[in-house]
Design a protein around this ligand. Sequence first.
Ligand code: BGC
Ligand code: ZN
Length: 367
Amino acid sequence: MKAIAVFPGKPGSVHLAEMPMPNVHEIPNGRGVLVRVLRVGVDGTDKEINAAEYGAAPEGYDFLTIGHEGFGQVEAVGEHVTELKPGDYVVATVRRPGTSIYDLIGTNDMTTDDTYFERGINLRHGFLTEYYVDDAEFIVKIPQGLKEVGVLLEPMTVVEKGIHQAYEIQRRLKVWRPKKAAVMGAGTIGLLAALVLRLRGLEVTVFGKTPKPYLNSDLLEAIGARYETTDNLPVQEGAKKYGPFDIIFEATGYSPIVFESMQALGKNGVLVLSSVTGGDRTVEVPADKINLEFVLGNKVMVGTVNANREYFEMGVSDMAQAQAEYPCWLKKLLTHPVKGLENYGELFDKLTNAKGAIKVFCEVASL
Ligand code: BGC
Ligand code: ZN
């Protein structure tokens, strides 16, 4: 069977590889699930992997099958899988357990190990292929009614984890009732963060670079969020006008915004950082002021990456609520489909160059 792969360490090496067909017995204890891949989304991480800035091949291979935002349908299950059956729509989680205490209790997303085992990213083959097999433990069922948007679940989980962590942390306040939120960035993660915060009943202001109106600002306004470009309204002025922000979700990929966000955060507020910034940018900041306001305002800042099974389950239920509350909204994020694994060139071209793209994804097989 075909797979889209890279040679880690070799820039621009994306190519079509040949892989043997997997089967459920590769997973011990009868807990294997064979999944036929239907759709796979791509993002900045895939770009970095193809640029050889990140990623490693599994042991015994010189290539890595990429793709970590999968969506598929169960083809076969091992004899001890009772929670899934052939025909079910599913999404697999990304990170697999390491050895830290957090991995041992099933929270691989919180590992303190230095090595990550992530399907499609590091040391484990991904989902841009025709079939894959995994332990039922890592496979989450998607209701039939969400099949058209199921490919958005993995990016959704990044948001779910960040927001859930923020609410968990804020239990320190005993009576936290957040009213106003800001989201930095209006890409896929920013849009989904705004959605989840709207579903929680918050007033949401999204700050972006692109002048409005454009698709992303229209989408935000359709769910009752506000969009502001930072050229017209810098973040800190935005905080005076629309704050105080009880929660800020940062998803721009541009680290200097973190320090702006720290200053825009309200008293007792929580700032969630989700941008993976691999560069070496430096910036001068009003350190005394930022520190003082954090101390006097009892503020919190938390970093978040990856997501374990519970956040995939939360993502499913929020996607269902989104479909009920804002019908057809999620589907509009799926702007750039590319048919067939063999068109990996077009997939990467769209990922890099398509103007106005929100989610670029491969239609491996029809739904
Ligand atoms: C993925 C996460 C992953 C992270 C770092 C992101 O693109 O969505 O699951 O943990 O990259 O590898
Ligand atoms: Zn990703």
